[in-house]
Design a protein around this ligand. Structure first.
Ligand code: SF4
Length: 394
């Protein structure tokens, strides 16, 4: 097998602030590497618009000053929130990490702060640093998100030749759960005709449930025109030539985001929703997992977004909720702009400003929705929304 060519760089800035907070992506995000030795055949890191030059599987960029920059930038952060180690175009625990230990050094830095941490990976190497992640969890919260979509290791080795086996990933999740940390699945991408039949999905859910995961966020393969699509179809032709025509037809619409034909996508969503609902599995990160990890205003923002999705799925009319959510967002944006311009102000003051109208009843006017204001009053006092029953629980 071809060996990796390392391109060691020193970057000026590491942490990126997310536009929209979500436990999937945290509040801040960084990646110690660019390109990836896991060599997943479907990886959209190959897409030209991500500007990863060279051989994606072997020319790995190493941000070798990531640990020292991380420490400097964490010390200066004005606004708290979870830090996510991830990127669509690399994996923090890809094979070169075994020798280089850049992610491990970042874990050590993070274990000395009290920001929650989220990791996205396809490697059981994350277990090597479990003591640091446990320390992070004691200080705040740690959430492991492992990407997996099949229980069949033969298919897995064709799709993700450099990543950990199915069993290793399931055992890793189990160990993090056994130690009390949060763990879930990035169940993406399911591959049409290969891993997305109802039987396969049911089997998959049974396996990840027995590993104790708290959620599984699903998604279907997207193939963007150019390098990503060409590479995937070439690999498919080598391993599963009988699927080539069907796959070509399914992705013949040249959709900008690489989505398959709408009929297939809709039927995937229907099957997935039924399977997830029968298996009592959440397809969103549940409130019980992200509660307390964000500032109060970010937590409410995520919660309102999720409620719109959950209620709509249950066939409940969300027009009033959606108007109230927009009013909340407008009010919050105005307060944020005010705070962003005054660098001497601390964001905990903004947090207090959110509590004040809730306690005084002013929130009802801001939202123009008494029921929602009462609901948020209970959330601020520690209640958590059960995403299955849609009931608040203390
Ligand atoms: S692990 Fe992620 S970044 Fe790495 S090759 Fe696979 S899909 Fe791409």
């Amino acid at each position: 097998m071809q060996s990796d060519k390392l391109n060691r760089v020193r970057v000026k800035k590491l942490l990126k602030k997310e536009k929209q907070p979500a436990l999937f992506g945290g509040k801040y995000r960084f990646s110690p590497y660019m390109a990836c030795g896991h060599r997943c055949t479907y990886c959209d890191g190959r897409y030209e618009k991500y500007h990863v030059e060279g051989d994606f599987d072997h020319d790995i960029t190493v941000r070798e000053n990531a640990p020292e920059l991380l420490e400097k930038e964490l010390l200066k952060l004005r606004e708290p929130g979870p830090v996510c180690i991830s990127s669509g175009i690399s994996d923090p625990y890809q094979p070169v990490e075994k020798q280089l230990e850049i992610t491990r050094q970042c874990a050590e830095v993070l274990s000395r702060f009290d920001h929650p941490v989220i990791i996205h990976t396809k490697s059981s190497l994350v277990l090597r640093d479990i003591d640091y992640w446990e320390e992070v969890h004691r200080n705040s919260a740690f959430t492991l998100m492992i990407s997996l979509t099949t229980t069949d290791d033969r298919i897995r080795s064709m799709l993700e030749p450099g990543a950990s086996s199915v069993d290793d990933r399931l055992e890793t999740l189990e160990e993090f759960r056994r130690r009390g940390m949060n763990a879930g699945i990035l169940a993406m991408p399911f591959i049409p005709f290969l891993t997305d039949s109802p039987e396969q999905m049911r089997e998959f859910l049974t396996a990840v449930k027995s590993a104790g995961v708290q959620f599984a966020i699903p998604g279907l393969l997207t193939l963007k025109q150019g390098r990503q699509k060409d590479f995937f179809l070439k690999e498919l032709e080598r391993k599963y030539p009988h699927l080539l025509k069907k796959m070509n037809d399914l992705y013949s619409n040249e959709d900008f985001y690489g989505s398959p034909l709408p009929n297939y996508l809709n039927s995937f969503h229907k099957i997935m929703e039924t399977t997830w609902s029968e298996g009592h599995m959440s397809d969103l990160v549940p409130h019980g997992v992200f509660h307390g990890q964000f500032t109060l205003y970010d937590e409410i923002t995520i919660l309102l977004r999720d409620m719109n999705t959950l209620y709509r799925k249950k066939g409940i009319n969300v027009s009033r909720l959606s108007i109230a959510s927009q009013r909340f967002t407008r009010w919050l944006d105005a307060r944020r702009t005010y705070y962003a311009r005054r660098r001497n102000l601390n964001y905990s003051t903004l947090e207090d400003e959110i509590r004040a109208p809730v306690v005084s009843g002013e929130l009802e006017r801001i939202l123009d929705n008494r029921k929602l204001a009462e609901f948020l009053y209970r959330v601020i006092n520690g209640a958590v929304l059960n995403y299955r029953t849609l009931e608040l629980e203390l």
